[in-house]
Design a binder for this molecule. Sequence first.
Ligand code: TYD
Length: 209
Amino acid sequence: MKGLFITLEGGDGAGKSTQIRNIERFFTEKGLSVVHTREPGGTPISEKLRGILLDNDNSEMDPVTEMMIYAASRAQHVKEVIMPAVQRGEVVICDRFVDSSVAYQAYGRELGDMVRDVNRYATGGLTPDITFWLDIDPAAGRARAAKAGALDRLEVEKMDFHYRVYEGYRRIAESEPDRVKRIDASDTVESIRDHIYECLEELCRSKGI
Ligand code: TYD
């Protein structure tokens, strides 16, 4: 049996971590084995690259350099963790994936189509079975992220950057409605969970799980 690959996306402070725990519970209760991972990161090499990407001291990093380091971190992650787990029939839940690069680097940094092209090489074309976009207004999300702790190199970007990222997610969701489910992140934690569970039940039915 082939497993499932599920990703969560959203601007900063959208509440992804809480919902990842709920998704994990959904599948463990069905008796499936779950791998919970994140990007950038998820392997020793990718976690080192994460350190470089999020370090506030690296303010001179060029947008193309940034995009390629995200893609490099992802290539390692796909080969070392995600693909092997999916091939073993496990459920992989990943906090961010290619859609983050499209939103932050193609739209936020305005690098355009090259981001998808580079990421096709990095992932071998691997696409999630389902993606939850936790939709939160950028200003509200940033306020939540700032409350939660110090802001990293991407989070400290100006608000117009975060509005471009938001527009990126909006367009991804609009162009791939079957894969990308928009979830209103201003709802209560319970309503968000219920909405996600409905989508997962439907996915499981369609896959015969
Ligand atoms: P992280 O602390 O994991 O953010 P969050 O808790 O909001 O998920 O930091 C990841 C940061 O990197 C986040 O600001 C989004 C950004 N990012 C990109 O710009 N491109 C990418 O491809 C990925 C995966 C993340």
